[in-house]
Ligand binder design. Structure first.
Ligand SMILES: Cc1cc2nc3c(=O)[nH]c(=O)nc-3n(C[C@H](O)[C@H](O)[C@H](O)COP(=O)(O)OP(=O)(O)OC[C@H]3O[C@@H](n4cnc5c(N)ncnc54)[C@H](O)[C@@H]3O)c2cc1C
Ligand code: FES
Ligand code: FES
Length: 503
C-alpha cells in the first residue's frame, strides 16, 4: 500500500494527441509504442530496434516542468506551459507518462494536411522506405518547439546533426533529411500549443499533481507512481523486491530483450523531490530523477568538461529520459558519469524509512552491480562539488563510434598544482571499463603527489596505472587494448594540460 496523505488514483492520466486517456490494468505496464500501435491502432510510430538505438519510435512528450531547475532560470513554474521533448517510445512505459501529453506522428497534421516538417521531407526527398521517417519528423518537430522558447530562425545543419543523433536512416542518406530540416520556416510552423492548447491539459494535471497512483491488474501486477518521496519509500519498504524505474532507458532495454518482466514496479517519474538541478555553495545538487538533458543544461558553463561528455551520452532521446540516479544505480563499470563523480567526491543522499544518509560515491560500489543500498532505500539526490579554479579536470570517453555508443574505456583526472604551478599537490584518477566497478588508482595517485608535472613522470604513472587495473576482453575491446589505454591516458592528460603535441 502507498502510505501517504495524498489522494490515491487507480489509473494513469495521459493525454495523447489532445485526447484524455485513463489507463488502467495491464495497459499501465505496456510500452508507449505498444500502447499507440496495439491499443490505439496508431501505427505511424515504427519499431525497429526496440532498444533506444534508432529513434524510429520517437514521439514528443509534453510535461509541466514544475520543479526548480536552475538551468532554465531558477523559477521553473513552467508558466503553466507544457515543454515538449523527444523520447524513444519503445523504452518508455505508460506508467511513466502519468500527467503527460504524448504527441505521435498522427498528431502533427492540421486540418488533414501534412505538417511543415513532413511537407519538407517530401519536397527534399528525405524518405525512401519510410520506416525511419516518422521518427525523424517527430524529432525535428521537437527541435522546432525549441523547449518552449519561440524560435525565429531556421534550424542550422549543425543543430540538426546534433539533434538527430538518435535517429538512424538506412536508405535515404542524411543530406536530404538535413536539407529538409533546414528548409522549414519556424515562423510558418504551428507550435504544438496552437494545435493542443496547454491550458485545459495543465489544469487537469495540476488538479491531480498530488495524487499517488497505484494500478493493480487482474493478475496482481502492480505499478505505483507516488507523488512524493515519503510515499515512494513507503512502497519500497513494503515491496522490497519491486523494480524501481526512473527513465527506463536501462530497464526498458532489459524488458524488451526479455530479461525482466517485473510484477511490482515503483515508478519515480512523479516524485517531485527527486527532480531538478540546483547550484549553491560550490556544489551542484541534482535530484536522482533529473534527466541528462536537465543536467547538461545546468552544467554547461559550470563544468564544460562534463558537458562535453554528456553531448556524446546516448542521444537526445536517451538524455531526455535517462536520469543521473539511474546511471549510478545501474552500476555499470562503463557508466559515463561515474568516473567524473568519483574524482569530484560526489555524495549520494540515500533516503530510507527512518533516516537519510550520505555516502561518498567512492565507497558506494562493492562489486559488479553491487552497491551500498538497502532494499527499503532509494537514491534521492546527488551532491557534486564543483572543481575550483585551482584544479584541472579532464574527462575521457573512448568508444568505437563517437555518437550513440557505449564506452569501451572512461577516465577522469582532477589535479591541483602547488603555488609554483610545477608540482602536483593533489590528484585523483578514476577509470571505467577496466574492472567490475569504476576504480580509483591509489598507487598512481600516491606516486604523482608531490612530483613535478612533466611528461616522464606522467608516463611512469601510466605504467603504474596499468598495473592497477584488470580489464576483460569483450565486444567493445580487448583486455590488451584497455591496458594500453590505461597507460596512455596519463600521457594524454599531460599533453592536454601542457597543450603540447606528443613527440
Ligand atoms: C541507446 C542507449 C544509449 C545509451 N548511452 C549511454 C551512454 O552513452 N553512457 C552511459 O553511461 N549510459 C548510456 N546508456 C544507459 C542509460 O541511458 C543510462 O544508464 C541512464 O542514466 C539510466 O537512467 P534511467 O533513469 O533510464 O534508469 P532506469 O532504466 O530507470 O534504471 C536503471 C537502474 O537504476 C535503478 N534506479 C533508478 N533510479 C533509482 C533511484 N533513484 N534509486 C535507486 N535505484 C534506482 C533501477 O531500478 C535500475 O536498476 C544508454 C542506454 C541506451 C538505451
Ligand atoms: S525502435 Fe529503435 S529506438 Fe525505439
Ligand atoms: S528511409 Fe528507409 S530507413 Fe530511412
Amino acid at each position: 500500500m502507498l502510505q501517504s496523505t495524498h489522494t490515491s488514483r487507480e489509473h494513469l492520466l495521459v493525454f495523447i494527441n489532445g485526447e484524455r486517456h485513463e489507463v488502467a490494468g495491464l495497459d499501465a505496464s505496456l510500452t508507449l509504442s505498444d500502447y499507440l500501435r496495439l491499443r490505439l491502432g496508431q501505427v505511424g510510430t515504427k519499431i525497429v530496434c526496440s532498444e533506444g538505438d534508432c529513434g524510429a519510435c520517437s514521439v514528443l512528450v509534453g510535461r509541466v516542468e514544475d520543479v526548480a531547475d536552475e538551468s532554465r532560470g531558477g523559477d521553473e513554474s513552467g508558466g503553466g506551459k507544457l515543454i515538449y521533448r523527444a523520447i524513444d517510445s519503445c523504452i518508455q512505459f505508460m506508467y511513466q507518462l502519468d500527467r503527460a501529453h504524448v504527441v505521435s506522428v498522427e498528431g502533427l497534421k492540421r486540418n488533414g494536411l501534412l505538417s511543415p516538417v513532413q511537407d519538407a521531407m517530401v519536397k527534399c526527398h528525405g524518405s525512401q522506405c519510410g520506416f525511419c521517417t516518422p521518427g525523424f519528423v517527430m524529432t525535428m518537430a521537437g527541435l522546432l518547439e525549441g523547449e518552449g522558447v519561440e524560435r525565429k530562425e531556421t534550424l542550422t545543419p549543425d543543430e540538426l546533426r546534433y539533434g538527430l543523433t538518435g535517429n538512424l536512416c538506412r536508405c535515404t542518406g542524411y543530406v536530404q533529411i538535413i536539407d529538409a530540416g533546414c528548409s522549414v520556416d519556424p515562423g510558418k510552423t504551428a507550435r504544438l500549443s496552437e494545435l493542443y492548447p496547454d491550458g485545459p491539459m495543465v489544469d487537469v494535471f495540476s488538479a491531480h499533481a498530488a495524487d499517488d497512483v497505484l494500478v493493480t491488474a487482474y493478475d496482481g501486477r502492480t505499478v505505483a507512481a507516488p507523488a512524493n518521496l515519503d510515499a515512494a519509500i513507503a512502497f519500497k519498504a513494503a515491496h522490497p523486491g519491486c523494480t524501481v524505474v526512473a527513465g527506463a532507458t536501462d530497464i526498458g532495454v532489459q524488458h524488451n530483450k526479455g530479461k525482466i518482466d517485473p510484477r511490482e514496479v515503483l515508478c519515480l517519474a512523479n516524485v517531485g523531490e527527486m527532480k531538478g538541478v540546483g547550484q549553491a555553495d560550490g556544489r551542484i545538487t541534482a535530484g536522482a530523477c533529473a534527466n541528462w538533458s536537465q543536467v547538461e543544461r545546468s552544467i554547461k558553463d559550470l563544468v564544460p568538461q562534463f558537458y562535453d561528455v554528456l553531448t556524446v551520452f546516448g542521444s537526445p532521446q536517451i538524455r531526455n529520459a535517462g536520469t543521473i540516479g539511474g546511471n549510478i544505480a545501474n552500476a555499470s563499470p562503463i557508466a559515463d558519469s561515474v568516473p567524473f563523480l568519483f574524482v569530484m567526491g560526489a555524495e549520494l543522499e540515500i533516503a530510507g524509512p527512518t533516516r537519510t544518509r550520505r555516502v561518498d560515491i567512492n565507497d558506494f560500489y562493492t562489486g559488479y552491480k553491487q552497491f551500498d543500498l538497502n532494499a527499503d532505500e532509494l537514491i534521492a539526490r546527488v551532491h557534486i562539488p564543483l572543481p575550483t579554479e585551482a584544479q584541472t579536470l579532464r574527462l575521457y570517453k573512448v568508444s568505437r563510434r563517437r555518437d550513440l555508443d557505449i564506452s569501451t574505456f572512461t577516465a577522469a583526472v582532477l589535479m591541483g598544482l602547488d603555488g609554483s604551478g610545477e608540482t602536483i599537490q593533489d590528484i585523483r584518477i578514476a577509470y571505467g571499463g577496466v574492472a567490475a566497478v569504476v576504480l580509483r588508482l591509489p598507487k598512481a595517485e600516491a606516486f604523482l603527489t608531490g612530483k613535478p608535472f612533466d611528461e616522464s613522470v606522467l608516463r611512469e604513472a601510466g605504467q603504474l596505472a596499468r598495473s592497477e587495473v584488470k580489464p576483460i576482453t569483450d565486444v567493445r575491446g580487448s583486455a590488451d587494448f584497455r591496458l594500453q589505454l590505461a597507460e596512455n591516458i596519463m600521457a594524454r592528460f599531460y599533453f592536454d594540460c601542457a597543450q603540447k603535441a606528443p613527440v
